[in-house]
Design a protein around this ligand. Structure first.
Ligand SMILES: CC(=O)SCCNC(=O)CCNC(=O)[C@H](O)C(C)(C)COP(=O)(O)OP(=O)(O)OC[C@H]1O[C@@H](n2cnc3c(N)ncnc32)[C@H](O)[C@@H]1OP(=O)(O)O
Length: 556
């Protein structure tokens, strides 16, 4: 089978848009007029390799599809209750309800001749209807003709060639594997990808009764790259439940939050096996040491290989990883903008925000170079302090003469020391200056409108805190890990690390900003990586603006 996977997956991807269930039915004969019957197959060593290769190939050739390998008909030893009336063992006593009802059933069953195709199609539809609840107008597609062409055109590696010739088949690969009543795994399971699915599928193969999954929560997420983009715990659990229920409905699933690296794996006496990757093998060994300390039997460590990511970039890991998937979200549209019907469509206004030291001003300058009008709110804020302005008098009244320089101008550094770290004093200041800055921002936007400009970027450190979302069409957020922000602030502004922390604590944390963001960017890596994100964000933005203009004026 392995050498047929790429052709099967790539031809299937021509037909399927969203979910591709892959179900192995070895020995199935669709070429006779009789009803083909599904049977149980035992879990053999070959299946582990096949599953991991399938998900790995799927990531390469049909990465846009949600692929799920179904194991409903895989079982070590069928129980007596599974015996049908005629003594036959039927893995589908009633059709399985999948979370996405199949609309089309595909097969690579080899046709004897072209005349056989309608018989095979009918037989396949009947068979699919027996196994799963399908949509009423279920169609069938025979992948065979395209498959042959593709198979011949695919270069095969040495391993594939020898597998094809049966050279590589040791007896062990065909023998049933040992299975366990209770199996455990742990992970973050963010944006469920091929490597997660391999781990889960293999665990389902190994488990006979119960499958316990520990899902990293709060404490364990703190050190993760782009942690602000990790899906909420509930969403990750929901996706896991849906996937597992599809894969092997006969198993009992238990999903628990993990706030330390071990969770119930070190205290649950019924567990027999833990599934780990090469990377987490040491963690599995640590679990066994703790179990010994707790007087519990050790778990069998089943190790799976990491899947390589053929599309990884210079800032991403070689293996398929959630952090790579998160980094690919940077610059893309994460949430559709609310339609601001009261705002003129042009200039299209981006509100760019982010914590101090997040690099948002460098992003704003990059956007300016691409054609946006940059409106620097920090700078406008400084203008409101000029002697003689309304804000000047009120700020001096509020904060006293000791914030003035000798020449009577406001010493912003001294003012900053009074407000950063003191919520009430900061509010007293922003109540005075935000309305004044907003007036100046609107004046600049009006000017850009009169000049026929297309995009304005309002660079505002505390745009969300100030409730300025209503002034912009979209919110873009620059993210940065806190320790990097502190390092940058200390280096750039010559303030102490303590003062930098205080400044950051006066602002919303990254994860809260992300909840309001349409687009997220991150300047953590080399400048060219930031530039690529900004260019991606800019070109996607142009498409959205064109779309919006079309909606406002169909003649556009
Ligand atoms: C809605 C908006 O975003 S308007 C733009 C932000 N300005 C304001 O909110 C006005 C109140 N703040 C100020 O007037 C000034 O920041 C002062 C007087 C407190 C300090 O002035 P300066 O020492 O010259 O510092 P500067 O204005 O450059 O700001 C320094 C950092 O403080 C942060 N900061 C500014 N205002 C605030 C605020 N209200 N709350 C929290 N952090 C703030 C910014 O993130 C900035 O860092 P960044 O450039 O890396 O983003």
């Amino acid at each position: 089978l392995p050498f047929r996977l790429i052709p099967v997956l790539s031809t299937a991807a021509q037909v399927v848009e969203r979910t591709l269930y892959v179900h192995l039915h070895p020995g199935l004969n669709l070429g006779t007029s009789g009803q083909a019957r599904p049977v149980y197959i035992p879990p053999v060593g070959d299946m582990f390799k096949l599953i991991s290769r399938l998900y790995s190939n799927a990531a390469d050739v049909c990465g846009h599809l949600d692929v799920r390998v179904l194991l409903t008909n895989v079982r070590a030893q069928p129980s007596v209750t599974d015996l049908g009336s005629g003594g036959a063992v039927n893995p589908f006593p009633s059709p399985q309800i999948l979370s996405h009802c199949p609309e089309v059933v595909l097969t690579d069953f080899p046709l004897q001749d072209a005349g056989q195709s309608s018989l095979v199609s009918q037989c396949l539809q009947k068979y699919a209807g027996h196994c799963y609840v399908c949509t009423p107008g279920l169609r069938s597609v025979l992948l065979h003709p395209q498959l042959q062409e593709l198979e011949n055109s695919q270069p095969k590696d040495d391993e594939e060639k020898s597998e094809e010739q049966g050279e590589n088949r040791s007896k062990g690969q065909l023998e049933s594997v040992k299975t366990y009543s209770d199996v455990v795994v742990g992970g973050t399971f963010d944006r469920l990808h091929g490597a997660h699915k391999t781990l889960l599928n293999i665990s389902c193969l190994l488990a006979n009764r119960r499958f316990l999954i520990g899902v990293c929560d709060k404490e364990l997420l703190k050190k993760k790259a782009l942690k602000e983009l990790i899906e909420p715990y509930d969403r990750r659990v929901k996706k896991l439940q849906e996937f597992l229920q599809d894969v092997k409905p006969s198993l009992q699933y238990e999903i628990v939050p993990l706030n330390d690296p071990f969770g119930p794996s070190v205290s649950d006496p019924q567990l027999q096996c833990i599934v780990v990757s090469e990377e987490t093998m040491k963690g599995g060994e640590a679990v066994n040491r703790k179990r010994m300390e707790n007087g519990l039997p050790q778990l069998v460590l089943h190790c799976i290989q990491l899947i390589k990511d053929a599309h990884h970039t210079e800032i991403e890991e070689e293996k398929i990883s959630s952090s790579s998937l998160r980094s690919r979200l940077l610059g893309t549209l994460l949430a559709t903008p609310q339609s601001q019907s009261d705002m003129p469509p042009l200039p299209y206004i981006i509100g760019l925000t982010g914590g101090s030291g997040s690099g948002k001003s460098s992003i704003a300058r990059r956007l300016e170079a691409l054609g946006a009008i940059r409106i620097d709110s920090d700078q406008l804020g400084h203008e409101t302090y000029l002697p003689g302005t309304r804000a000047y008098l009120r700020v001096v009244q509020e904060f006293g003469m000791d914030i003035l320089n000798e020449d009577k101008t406001i010493n912003r550094r001294a003012l900053g020391r009074k407000v950063f770290g003191d919520k009430e004093r900061l509010k007293a200041l922003t109540d005075i200056v935000w309305p004044e800055i907003a007036l100046l921002v609107n004046k600049r936007i009006q000017q850009a409108r009169e000049e026929g400009k297309r995009v304005c970027v309002v660079d505002a450190a505390v745009l969300l805190e100030a409730g300025w979302e209503t002034l912009v069409h979209e919110v873009w957020v620059a993210l940065i890990p806190e320790e990097e922000a502190v390092r940058r602030i200390v280096e750039r502004d010559g303030v102490s690390a303590d003062d930098a922390q205080k400044r950051l604590q006066s602002q919303w944390p990254g994860h809260k900003q992300v909840q309001h963001a349409n687009v997220v960017l991150c300047t953590l890596w080399e400048p060219n990586v930031t530039q690529r994100q900004v260019q991606r964000a800019w070109s996607l933005l142009q498409q959205r603006i064109n779309q919006r203009l079309k909606e406002c004026d169909p003649a556009f």
